[in-house]
Design a protein. Sequence first.
Length: 175
Amino acid sequence: MDFYYTNISNEIKNRIFGISYPKECEVPLNDLKYIKVLHYDFHQNIKTGELIVNTLVAKEITEIFKELYDNKYPVEKIRLIDEYNADDEKSMADNNTSCFNYRHIDSSNTLSSHSYGLAVDINPLYNPYVRTGFGNRNILPAEGAKFVDRTLNIPGLIVKDDICYRTFIKKGWQW
């Protein structure tokens, strides 16, 4: 099978334990699923990707990535955040699409939606997180600042009403 989700195996548990799934993780492993998908990279090569997501969204995330694949939507890479030692900045700067990573929202004690496997970053270098508050604008990853301009014509840059945006929205996700 090219697109599937399954329980977290012992092999996957061993890959993530102590990294994206720290000892103090409050999210039970039973609440998470491992997903394997195919995707087109930026050179239109077919690649295999893997994600860990919440059980509640495993089926729809698998369906979303299947639809993106069917439409040849480019996703540079899809690797577990553990390949970056669970360093979100490094993963985003490398334009890695990911989901689960048990962590707090920057400068807070609040767990990120990524901690529950309920947020997906697609091509995050080209689609950076822009946060405005207290008169400041923070862009994550910092290297993504040049891609905040949504008029750029770059493969994998998500704009309102493109196939990636529409596919997530029709499944009830917010952007």
